[in-house]
Design a protein around this ligand. Sequence first.
Ligand code: ADE
Ligand code: ZN
Length: 335
Amino acid sequence: MTPNFALWPKAELHLHLEGAILPGTAAELAEKNGVDLGAKPEDLYSYADLSEFLAMYGRICQAVVTEEDFQRVTFEMLRECHASGARHVEFFISPHAHEGIPFATQFAGIRAGIAQARETIGLSALFAPGINREQGPEAAMAYLDACLAQRCDAMAGIGLDYNEAPFPPEPFAPVFARARAEGLQVSAHAGEGGPAAYVRGSIEALECQRIDHGYAVMDDPDLVARCRDAGILFTCCPTTTIYTTPWRDLTDPRHPIRRMHEAGLAVTINSDDPPFFSTTLAKEYEIAHRDLGFSLEALKGSVLTGLAKSWLPEAEKTRLAAEWSGEIDALIAGA
Ligand code: ADE
Ligand code: ZN
């Protein structure tokens, strides 16, 4: 019997605010703000590949306009995560994609949504603005400045996302160096639509300890060994691979997430853009268990690794690890 993974305490470490907007909310906000989404609501979450998905994502961003809108989508996203058992969430935002909306407005709404989640459902959350790699390193530096001008305690890091190839990580090294010097954590999407060299470049040139997706790492055995030894964290998103990578069969024994886990890499299970991919965080755990070869013990290990490598303060991680470990053991024993 499949356990009810929504009962498992866990951290969600790879989720995009704008990719988590519920279809009904997108339609309502578009109507309220007089924005034409350019597609019928039922077609908004249907596309063939990463570029098509990102085009839809961009349209939905246009519907989120006021501070209250940002608070609403942030809170709703966190509430959905909580329903899947998340106790802590680290998410990306794309403030550059909301044309004409001041960053101050966006960040204020996001902060309010995080505070609402903390107060009403006891969920903690941190976020990282994602750099749109397609816009190049100069725009990325200006973007980092604009984000730093709005910095708050919940802004823990910086990410790198959007269409991966042909946009290698190395040109972004000065931007990431500056972010690290400012005390921000760093992670980069790599090895989803780009080669293993982009995973390597994200680790070597950008000094990322966390790679979002990372599937192409399996094409480079030396890099696999290096990532395993260095404890690089891969935030994997099973259902995303059906939509944005050549890996469209999650039961394929050669699926990279299965092989990453078998190779001893530190892998966490995450949901990325759940409504776009018709999934939830709890469903992603079910898939990992049913289709990708993760035993219950392995999933427990993955939850605890994710917590240990999250951007929470060390004392908080130690406290939560003891709590979550006991809860998961009891759930496994009762399963
Ligand atoms: N932005 C949101 N989801 C993404 C993904 N899967 N890859 C790259 N950029 C993204
Ligand atoms: Zn992502």
